[in-house]
Ligand binder design. Structure first.
Ligand SMILES: *Cc1c(COP(=O)(O)O)cnc(C)c1O
Length: 455
């Protein structure tokens, strides 16, 4: 019998390898022509199936050209990492395995690698090895999962079983966020029944970090949502100090560290995150700064039993497996074995490689800061990590400059509003970004500024 996969996978490999070989030459944001060509996909579902060759050729010929080249070194939009080769390769193998790591009944290898990756992560972030760890689609769901654990434990201590009885009639939890809380953390709060508006907002400083002096009184029914890495400025809340205050009152401190938590792995940047490891729960992303493929978020919880209480399921067809079954530590029952890629990425970096990559991204951000100032931009944030927020001219001119750069195909970064002003945001999160990429990008920005505003 012929192998039903061989030919298809050979074609897929060929296309994917070609795509990645060509990535540095591709426009970083696809041309309008390439995007318009996507209309070729607008076909009714055929009665008769197409050949694999035809399907994969179409994906490559039309689809590849309409990607944003975030796998290259000059994509600085949102907070988007690339994906390191080992993790891409591991992803292919894991896809061939098609494992759901719900428990070791479904996938011994998926469960094992996820557990090992979890242990390595706790070590990297200086967290105790008995923390609960789960892998989710992203930091949105990692925040959701951690906050569900917090909700469970805080209410359980107040004599209420939220998993059984829901929130109606429950003692009220006071939820504290900062004015700069990430939109997805608010979404997580809303999905958990806390309400996006039913929160106490704490003012932030010039760089967008929570003002410690404005933190309200805490008590045993308070949930403080802090942030390590403001999505614009990179600012880190004074979490070490907040944790000290919370410890006296038994309040729960959560850290949304989607990208900023990775500063912990660097000798240069870890002082910014001093004491963060004392918090109760943490959310971070693999697909941002660890450079795993999408999608990958990570939740870590000091009180592993709380995470388990919030997420555990029992069914007669599953053995009861304490905290060892991934399905009992995250919302999803079935899902892809993303721990395989986390394991592969960490293994390929090693401690030194990971630290060097984090430091390199931050150094590139500093180069952007200096270069943008030289071109005449005002850099609006203190560049503490990998994020740069800058502005120049009128909002219309700034928008034109951004579009000019986009059309050049050289690099891409997005718009934002910072402290009420239109700005651009540059995030350096890719393992692949080199000094030369930054130099080329600054040249493109300078040319755009010359064209729009003049010298
Ligand atoms: C990106 C980000 C999120 C959301 O993460 P996803 O992986 O996109 O779900 C949450 N918080 C912060 C601070 C972020 O930067």
């Amino acid at each position: 019998m012929t192998d039903p996969y061989k030919n298809t996978l050979d074609i897929a490999h060929n296309h994917a390898a070609k795509y990645l070989q060509h990535i540095e030459k591709q426009d970083v944001f696809p041309s309008a022509f390439a995007v318009d060509a996507l209309c070729v996909f607008d076909q009714p579902l055929a009665d008769v199936g197409a050949s694999d060759t035809d399907t994969l050729d179409m994906l490559h010929d039309i689809g590849s050209k309409a990607t944003v080249a975030s796998m290259g070194g000059r994509y600085f939009g949102f907070v988007v990492g690339g994906a390191v080769p080992a993790a891409v390769g591991a992803n292919w193998i894991a896809t061939a395995w098609d494992q759901s790591p719900s428990s070791d009944m479904n996938s011994p290898v998926g469960t094992k690698l996820e557990a090992i990756a979890g242990r390595w992560l706790l070590d990297l972030f200086s967290l105790p090895e008995n923390c609960g760890v789960g892998m989710t689609t992203g930091a949105t769901m990692a925040n959701f999962t951690a906050l569900a654990a917090a909700r469970s434990r805080l209410l359980q201590k107040a004599g209420w079983d939220v998993e059984a009885d829901g929130l109606y009639g429950a003692p009220e939890i006071k939820v504290i966020v900062s004015d700069e809380v990430h939109v997805t953390l608010l979404k997580a709060l809303s999905m958990l029944g806390f309400g996006k508006k039913r929160v106490t907002r704490v003012a932030t400083d010039e760089n967008g970090a929570m003002r410690l002096a404005d933190l309200p009184e805490l008590d045993a029914l308070t949930l403080v949502c802090t942030q390590a890495g403001n999505v614009n400025s990179g600012a880190i809340d004074p979490i070490g100090e907040i944790v000290k205050k919370a410890a006296k009152t038994k309040a729960w401190v959560h850290v949304d560290g989607a990208f900023g938590l990775w500063g912990k792995v660097s000798k240069t940047y870890k002082s910014l995150l001093e004491g963060v490891e004392q918090a109760d729960s943490f959310a971070t992303d693999g697909h941002k700064w660890l450079n795993t493929p999408y999608d990958c978020g990570i939740v870590m919880c000091r009180d592993a039993a709380a995470l388990h209480s919030a997420m555990a399921t029992t069914a007669p067809y599953f053995k009861t497996d304490g905290m060892n079954a991934p399905k009992d530590m995250v919302p999803e029952f079935s899902r892809r074995a993303r721990g395989v890629e986390v394991w592969a990425a960490l293994r390929s970096f090693g401690r030194q490689g990971l630290e060097a990559m984090i430091d390199r991204c931050c150094a590139h951000a500093k180069t952007f800061e200096t270069g943008l100032k030289d071109i005449g931009f005002e850099v609006m944030n203190e560049v503490v990590l990998n994020q740069v927020v800058a502005t120049i001219g009128t909002p219309e001119q700034l928008s034109e400059i951004r579009q000019h750069v986009e059309r050049s195909g050289i690099c891409w970064f997005g718009p934002t509003v910072w402290k009420g002003k239109n700005a651009i945001r540059i995030s350096v999160s890719s393992w692949r970004t080199s000094h030369d990429d930054v130099v080329q990008s600054l040249a493109a920005i300078k040319a755009a500024k010359m064209a729009v505003i003049g010298a």
